[in-house]
Design a protein around this ligand. Structure first.
Ligand code: SAH
Length: 224
């Protein structure tokens, strides 16, 4: 582990347990999800200057105008994706810091994650290496297209909000597979949805109101 990650106190088990207590109070029930949230160090996924706030239940900036999701939201989405089913292959859209990716990697066989900002992919990849996470594949592309090469997926989790559900993501769901996705205008009312692929088509559940950065078109080109 790099020395700048070794802040005093912020990695302490007590600090993390306090966060798990908050998640439980806010309604997270899955023991598996609570355990993973307690074991994955969130401070590794934020800038050193913000590391002391990493175990607060808040979203934090990660540069490039993006944010690491609030722990409650990560837990809620992971629970919605995983409850009652076995996740073999999972696709994530919007790697960002890689925190949600790392949580998924502890619960699924293999995680594929697509991100449109290359600099964020590079940082996330370093973090996964430091943590010894080997079941994650990353791709610099437009997540609206999914990642057809490895489809179908048992679960697809989207961490940025489109105005409408991208068709490709629905097509890449396995039978019985689930898509957990925030939908709606950025800055406006967004709704977290869970779509399940059933024999007759797709079943839609409304989970709760959420606030995400927008799912942007295309991938970011190199900037100099
Ligand atoms: N799960 C991440 C959330 C990051 S914010 C975390 O907890 O850190 C959402 C991310 O989605 C940003 O990194 C943004 O660059 C990315 N994103 C937005 N539109 C995208 C698209 N069309 N394809 C892939 N990634 C996208």
């Amino acid at each position: 582990m790099k020395s700048h990650h070794r802040g005093i106190g912020m990695t302490s088990q007590r600090t993390r347990e306090r966060l798990i207590g908050r998640l439980r109070e806010e309604g997270i029930r899955s023991v598996a999800v609570l355990e993973v949230m307690g074991s994955v160090p969130r401070h590794i996924f934020v800038d050193e200057a913000l590391a002391s706030r990493a175990y607060e239940n808040i979203a934090l900036p990660i540069g490039h105008g993006q944010t690491i999701s609030q722990p409650y939201t990560v837990a809620r989405m992971t629970e919605a994706l995983s409850e009652g089913i076995k996740l073999n292959k999972v696709l994530e859209i919007g790697t960002g810091s890689g925190y949600q990716t790392a949580i998924l990697a502890h619960l699924a066989g293999q995680v594929y994650s697509v991100e449109r900002i290359d600099a964020l992919i590079k940082l996330a990849r370093q973090r996964f290496m430091e943590m010894g996470l080997r079941n994650i594949r990353l791709k610099h592309a437009d997540g609206k297209l999914g990642w057809p090469e490895y489809a179908p997926y048992d679960g697809i989790l989207v961490t940025a909000a489109p105005q409408e559900i991208p068709e490709a993501l629905l097509e890449q769901l396995a039978a019985g597979g689930r898509l957990v996705i925030p939908v709606g205008a950025s800055g406006g009312a967004q709704t977290l949805l869970r779509i399940t692929r059933v024999p007759e088509g797709y079943q839609r559940e409304i989970l709760e109101p959420v606030s995400f950065v927008p799912l942007l078109p295309g991938r970011e080109l190199m900037q100099f």
